[in-house]
Write a protein that binds this ligand. Sequence first.
Ligand SMILES: Cc1cc2nc3c(=O)[nH]c(=O)nc-3n(C[C@H](O)[C@H](O)[C@H](O)COP(=O)(O)OP(=O)(O)OC[C@H]3O[C@@H](n4cnc5c(N)ncnc54)[C@H](O)[C@@H]3O)c2cc1C
Length: 289
Amino acid sequence: MVVGISDEVLSAQELTAEVVECRFLTPFIREIRLRLPGNDFEYAAGSYVHVRVPPYQLEYAALELTTEAKSACEARGVPGARVNESEIRRAYSLATPCEQEPGTIVLNVRLMVPPEGSHALPVGVGSTYMWSLQPGDKLEIVGPLGDFRARESDADMIFIGGGAGMAPLRAIIRSELQYARSGRKIDYWYGARARADLFYATEFDSLQEEHANFRWQPVLSEPLAADGWEGPTGFVHTIALQVLKSQNRDLAACEFYVCGPPPMLSATRKILADNKVPETSVFFDDFGI
Ligand SMILES: Cc1cc2nc3c(=O)[nH]c(=O)nc-3n(C[C@H](O)[C@H](O)[C@H](O)COP(=O)(O)OP(=O)(O)OC[C@H]3O[C@@H](n4cnc5c(N)ncnc54)[C@H](O)[C@@H]3O)c2cc1C
């Protein structure tokens, strides 16, 4: 029997990283900055790593959670402790281009609380572990992995994202603008529920000011009155397509890069197909969350 091993697996490294910084980006997304041994971990923007989640038992009362995450856990009656019986792996995308800070990687991890209306289901086992990490902790990673990356062409690039789908899209956009400097026209449409769920917004505002070929547009689906939101409201894929069509963009000639929650991903792929965008021009990463 011949067993094929892909090049990506062969080139993946197993490393012990050290957590250097953690911060909340939104009520449910935590940024984790990791220092790797040495500076030679190279990866294409859009890649992800596998993290090894060891067996553990954690009490939620001892975890640093946002007020919103705490309330969501209480409302769903999640058990007070989380147990992981044996080692598992979870995939997390790299949120910065490799050139930005050699030897350091950044992850955006969404805490996977059970669905609204559920009762007594546990919070996700991998994301709970990732939210328990503190500076100085060690994390075993394997990577880089994946083939979600910018294609080499002159086509306009249109990014549509939501939730933790920000991570690979941000890495690719920053890589194109700051390092590849191809001059390709890049649009980024990012959908969030309310203003509190938007993150890296000032960074994208600055990139837009610095790069004439880059435009970004956040879209909120359920802005709060207190948000004072004056931007577009609705589903990000619907608004993006409306605006692109009103600009008479040749959609079939653009490349689309999509990453976000499963309903957003499938709705975006459908609306692109309905608008005659060839499947071969649509690139996406399916997180399954
Ligand atoms: C290529 C790739 C890249 C990814 N990149 C990222 C990233 O950058 N950031 C990110 O946050 N995620 C990313 N993911 C997703 C990530 O790998 C995990 O899938 C995610 O963190 C959820 O894992 P978990 O162990 O926390 O949840 P799991 O334990 O797998 O649970 C998933 C959900 O099921 C619910 N659940 C638990 N028990 C039950 C039950 N009995 N019945 C019904 N529901 C139940 C949980 O509450 C949770 O909401 C990526 C995935 C892939 C494939």
